[in-house]
Design a protein around this ligand. Structure first.
Ligand code: C2E
Ligand code: CA
Ligand code: CA
Ligand code: CA
Length: 279
C-alpha cells in the first residue's frame, strides 16, 4: 500500500522531523479511525493442549488504515497512550468485546472468556469501574466472561490505589490477569496482596526455554510461583511442540501462540468455536 500520509511531508528530509510529523499524522488519523470504522478486534485462542479445548481468547486491536494498510498496535498504541486517546480507544475495545461475546451467547455459541488489554491510563481512569459495570449490566453478560490483562508496571504504580481498583473489579466478578509477567518490575510481596487470578508468562522467556537454561529456570519458577499463590498460569508465544511439551511437563496447561493459532478476525474465530471447540 502506498504511504500517502508520508509523501505529503517529503520536503522535510530530516529523519527526526519526519518521525515527529509522522506521529502527529498518525495521531490525527487515529481519532478518525473509530468513526470511520477502521478498527477491528482480532481474537487469539487460549488453548488447553491436553484436551484441545479453547478455554478463552485474547482480544487484540487491529487498525486498517486507508493508506498505510494494517498498522500494528505496537506502533499505534504508544501514540494513543501519549496523546490520551487511549482512554476512548480502551472504552471502545471493552464495549465491542462485550457486545461480540453477548452476540455469541445469543446465537447459542460456545462461550469463552475474552481478555482485553488495558493501558495504565485505562486502569487509572475514574470511568473504568462504572464503564465496566454498566457494559456488563446493559449486555446482561456474566462478569467472569471478561478478563482484564494488566502489566506489572501498571500494578506497581501506586500500590494502595491499585489494590482498591483490583478489589473492586474482583468484587464485580471480573477475572484479573498479569500480562508479560517477569519482564517488568514486580515485588513478590505485593503480588501476594493483589487479588489476582492469572499470570501470563511473557513470550521472551518462552521463546528460548529449550535452548537457554536460564529462561527454562525462570519459566519453571513462574509456574511454581503461580501454583503456590493459587493463580492460573498461561504461557504466551508458544510456537513449537518442544516448548509446549516443556510447559506441560512443568505444569502449565494453558497456552497461547502461533503453534495453535495466530490472532484472527471474528468470523474465523467463530468458525473455530463452532467446529466443536476441539482443535
Ligand atoms: P500483548 O498483550 O503481549 O499481546 C500478545 C502479542 O503477541 C500480540 O501481538 C500477538 O499477536 C503476539 N503473539 C501471540 N502469539 C505469538 C507467537 O506465538 N509468536 C509471536 N512472535 N507473537 C505472538 P499484537 O497483536 O501485535 O499486539 C502487540 C501489543 O499491542 C500487545 O501485546 C498489547 O500490549 C498491545 N495491544 C494490542 N491490542 C491492544 C488493546 O486493545 N489495548 C491495549 N492497551 N493494548 C493493546
Ligand atoms: Ca496481552
Ligand atoms: Ca502479553
Ligand atoms: Ca508481550
Amino acid at each position: 500500500v502506498k504511504d500517502k500520509g508520508r509523501n505529503s511531508y517529503h520536503f522535510f528530509d530530516h529523519t527526526m522531523n519526519e518521525t515527529v510529523l509522522n506521529k502527529f499524522a498518525l495521531e490525527n488519523d487515529l481519532r478518525k479511525a473509530i468513526e470511520q470504522d477502521q478498527l477491528e478486534l482480532y481474537f487469539q485462542p487460549k488453548i488447553n493442549p491436553l484436551s484441545g479445548d479453547i478455554v478463552g481468547a485474547e482480544v487484540l486491536l487491529r487498525w486498517k488504515h486507508p493508506h498505510r494498510g494494517m498498522v500494528s498496535p505496537v506502533t499505534f498504541i504508544p501514540v494513543a497512550e501519549e496523546s490520551g486517546f487511549i482512554v476512548e480507544l480502551g472504552a471502545w475495545v471493552l464495549k465491542r468485546a462485550c457486545e461480540i461475546n453477548r452476540e455469541w451467547q445469543s446465537r447459542g455459541m460456545p462461550i469463552v472468556p475474552l481478555a482485553i488489554n488495558l493501558s495504565a491510563a485505562n486502569f487509572r481512569h475514574h470511568d473504568l469501574l462504572p464503564d465496566i459495570r454498566r457494559t456488563l449490566e446493559d449486555l446482561k453478560l456474566q462478569p467472569n466472561f471478561l478478563v482484564i490483562e494488566l502489566t506489572e508496571g501498571i500494578l506497581m504504580n501506586d500500590v494502595d490505589e491499585t489494590i482498591q481498583t483490583l478489589q473492586a473489579l474482583k468484587d464485580m466478578g471480573v477475572y484479573l490477569s498479569v500480562d508479560d509477567f517477569g519482564t517488568g518490575y514486580s515485588s513478590l510481596n505485593y503480588l501476594k496482596r493483589f487479588p489476582l487470578d492469572e499470570l501470563k508468562i511473557d513470550r521472551s522467556f518462552v521463546k528460548d526455554i529449550i535452548s537457554d537454561p536460564n529462561d527454562a529456570a525462570i519459566t519453571a519458577a513462574i509456574i511454581g510461583l503461580a501454583q503456590n499463590l493459587k493463580l492460573s498460569v498461561v504461557a504466551e508465544g508458544v510456537e513449537t511442540t518442544e516448548q509446549a511439551d516443556f510447559l506441560l511437563r512443568r505444569g502449565c496447561n494453558t497456552m497461547q501462540g502461533y503453534l495453535f493459532a495466530k490472532p484472527m478476525p471474528q468470523e474465523d474465530f467463530e468458525q473455530m468455536l463452532m467446529s466443536g471447540i476441539n482443535m
